[in-house]
Design a protein around this ligand. Sequence first.
Ligand SMILES: Cc1cc2nc3c(=O)[nH]c(=O)nc-3n(C[C@H](O)[C@H](O)[C@H](O)COP(=O)(O)OP(=O)(O)OC[C@H]3O[C@@H](n4cnc5c(N)ncnc54)[C@H](O)[C@@H]3O)c2cc1C
Length: 453
Amino acid sequence: MGPSNFRVIVVGGGPVGLSCAHALSQAGIDFIILEQRSSFVIDAGSNLILVPMSMRVLGQLGLLDELKEVSSPLNIINRMDHSGRRLGSMKWFLCDNEYFGAYPRVISRHDLTKVLYQSLPTDTLPNLHTKKKVSDISTTTGGVSITCTDGTSYEGSVVIGADGAHSFVRDRMRQLAIDNESPFLNEEKPFLTTYRCLWARFPATKGLPPGTTWETHGGKLATQLFAGEDTIVMCIYERLDEPTYDRCRYSTEDEEGLVGRWGHLPLTPGQALTIRDAYESRIQSGLVNLEEGVVKHWSWDSRLVLAGDAAHKFTPSTGAGFNNGIIDVVALVNELNKEVQAARTETLDLAAEPEKAQIVAAFKAYEASRKELVIEGCKMAGNATAMATWQNWILKFIDRYIFSMHVVQKFLSKQQASRTARAPAFDFLDSEEELAGTVPWSFPLKMKSGRIE
Ligand SMILES: Cc1cc2nc3c(=O)[nH]c(=O)nc-3n(C[C@H](O)[C@H](O)[C@H](O)COP(=O)(O)OP(=O)(O)OC[C@H]3O[C@@H](n4cnc5c(N)ncnc54)[C@H](O)[C@@H]3O)c2cc1C
């Protein structure tokens, strides 16, 4: 950690907050993390898919080998309708192994957060605080001051809001915009929910080896099943009667109600495993609304900036949420690091802080580099969910007859590959290029091995 006066306060220690900790620590930028839960390792939640763009930067952070040990490669998604009729298969999610030399991987949220937390340098651990629910943020002439519900307070230069879809930092940004009569005003409720998702994790069963993936599609409801090493996760997407901007918390009775409505439907061919079978053998489950949208303004002045689900929310059908969150971290820390290094070099003072204008420019450059790709990704995820739940006859027709055509998948895979290739990597870290395939990354890494300059 550099002896700088520039200190970043990260609100939220979920997967994106922990990724910030790695990136800031590698850049030598002082930081603290404030997390409301009692642990950084999350023992709940659905599994996550890691795709090549995030695996590449996790490799730069030196975490890929460890993550590979606790994750399984995914290759083919098999698809059928609710009556068991095959709809064909596709590469997950249009991610062609040959393009980037890697299969996507399925990992439990527990293992992901465990690796992210336990691999942090020991000298940074005192900067990570649990049981700190942020309840107030004020901007000062020198930076920001944060208060938590237990009465403790923290001072810093900027705040990164990595505090999820219902972000407190985002609410505070809106209040500051209102107080200052600023045109940079976000909506009060930026995310629309059209679907809810019941997820459940249950013990691995015979006949579903790690990496097996099944989807079922049909009117109003779609399912996904991912087999990991020890457990299998199912996600059931149900379309709501009416889309809503309101937050909703569901109870176990609501979960049981959904299973009552749809429990007879198969997750795999031949009724071998139904939704009810999987739910009844669950280790954990949850029912959540699937918010969708991209926040209009990602930063406030030179003080507050959003990353991950706080800035954008995707339906999980394409596994895009965390994968985009970590790329936010890359783009944001690249920009901040540039300004911190420039301030240090100009003044020959390791404690120098960037000027306000430089931080504003860094935040704007970060947002500009991410927005377009994130909006595209969000639309794609929403379309995938709409198509799988046969939202109208056109989508049903495309899903049943067009999407499984090899030529269509090849075309879409190439488009997806060009989006992936545009994802940035850390520009201040060298790397072994482990993920090299037939599509060149548009952000070449400086190679330790000297293969690419
Ligand atoms: C069913 C399901 C399946 C998914 N599958 C995938 C997938 O396959 N691939 C993928 O990439 N993504 C997937 N996602 C999305 C992924 O889970 C999210 O995008 C990811 O968790 C976002 O990380 P985050 O750190 O931004 O937010 P979160 O994970 O929500 O973490 C935010 C953190 O901030 C803390 N916090 C909140 N408020 C405060 C406060 N006031 N003070 C202090 N701390 C606070 C919270 O406790 C939490 O730890 C899925 C989501 C769902 C619901």
